[in-house]
Design a protein around this ligand. Structure first.
Ligand code: SF4
Length: 330
């Protein structure tokens, strides 16, 4: 067993990842736990997970887990969704502070006030929420969508009702384009997908003849306009798997996703599209979500060991569950 040393960069004790993985394996048995990991967390965590995927797949996987405890390595709203879908299970998350800028851009009180204002103007509408929202917001909505099923769900809203789409304005605008349906858009966005550098993407495309740009629909319009394939994480993964010829993909989504791409389609080369640091305007080499990056092997081990932090059931989870069930499971 290697000795722990201090990692001065992160101001935390460095521990050998292999030791941590062994310890996590033991704790999983001892605590009767399964690990669910989002494609945006570190590859090491994806490698020890029982289930990996995007938020839709993981919400569904949470209902299939046989153990009494789930460790959800992702961000807070995803842990809430797992608890909502499997209320009888104990749901632990490695870091309570792993939030989501997109979910936070739509606080439940502000949404409720806006819905009230629309009703007072005599407007009839369905509220359609992207899954990246808090459980409190989900409980105020009629439908929950992911980038994978959004178009299909929007088609279910009767034509005589308006659609209020929250919280991602870029995904909403993209959906208006593909569905031909006019919508009221909430002005939220994801801090990671918002800041891809269009200049660097154009330069990378020019310098890599034959390269293919793949992007998440949370990206702004200027990025999507020069993208060859637009899709959520699972759709992108299936797309790269379907191409046999070795290809260079320029990837405009959270850069940890490249780990899942490389595992699923090792014949290709994946290059992260650089982002721009909002604080300095400088380009950074890749786009990591600071919330997803809060998940570390140490924290996965610690939350298993301490059985904390835990997502506790709240009254409004039941309403959110009805909406999730209707939207994602039926
Ligand atoms: S990548 Fe964006 S949408 Fe995803 S968790 Fe991070 S902030 Fe939220």
């Amino acid at each position: 067993m290697s000795m722990p040393v201090i990692n001065s960069d992160q101001n935390e004790v460095y521990e050998d990842p292999l030791d941590l993985m062994n310890e996590i394996d033991e704790l999983k048995k001892e605590k009767d736990a399964s690990i669910l990991a989002h494609f945006y967390v570190d590859g090491d965590i994806q490698d020890i997970a029982d289930f990996t995927g995007d938020s839709l797949k993981l919400a569904r996987d949470a209902t299939q887990v046989k153990t009494s405890t789930i460790v959800f390595s992702g961000v807070h709203f995803m842990g809430e969704s797992a608890k909502i879908m499997s209320p009888e299970k104990r749901v632990l998350i490695p870091d309570m502070l792993a939030g989501c800028s997109l979910a936070e851009s739509c606080p439940a009180e502000q949404l409720a006030a806006f819905q009230e204002q629309l009703r007072s103007e005599g407007r009839t509408f369905d509220t359609v929420a992207y899954i990246n929202t808090s459980a409190a917001v989900k409980s105020l909505c009629d439908w929950i969508v992911t980038s994978g099923n959004a178009q299909e769900i929007i088609e279910r809203v009767p034509q005589d009702r308006e659609v209020l789409f929250v919280p991602d304005q870029h995904l909403g605008r993209y959906l208006m384009e593909v569905s031909g349906r006019k919508m009221i858009l909430w002005p939220g966005s994801c801090m990671v997908h918002e800041v891809f550098s269009i200049q660097d993407l154009i330069r990378a495309k020019r310098n890599t003849p034959g390269s293919v740009v793949i992007a998440h629909p949370e990206c702004p319009q200027n990025i999507l306009e020069i993208t060859d394939f637009i899709g959520g994480t699972e759709k992108m993964r299936r797309h790269v798997m379907s191409i046999k010829e070795p290809t260079t993909f320029l990837v405009a989504t959270e850069s940890a996703m490249i780990h899942a791409f490389e595992k699923s389609a090792p014949q290709h080369t994946f290059v992260p599209v650089p982002g721009i640091m909002t604080s300095t305007g400088e380009t950074c080499a890749c786009n990591r979500c600071p919330h997803m990056a809060r998940n570390t092997l140490q924290k996965v081990r610690d939350c298993l060991k301490n059985e904390s932090p835990e997502i506790e059931w709240k009254d409004y989870f039941q309403k959110a569950r009805d909406v999730l069930d209707r939207s994602l499971l039926q």
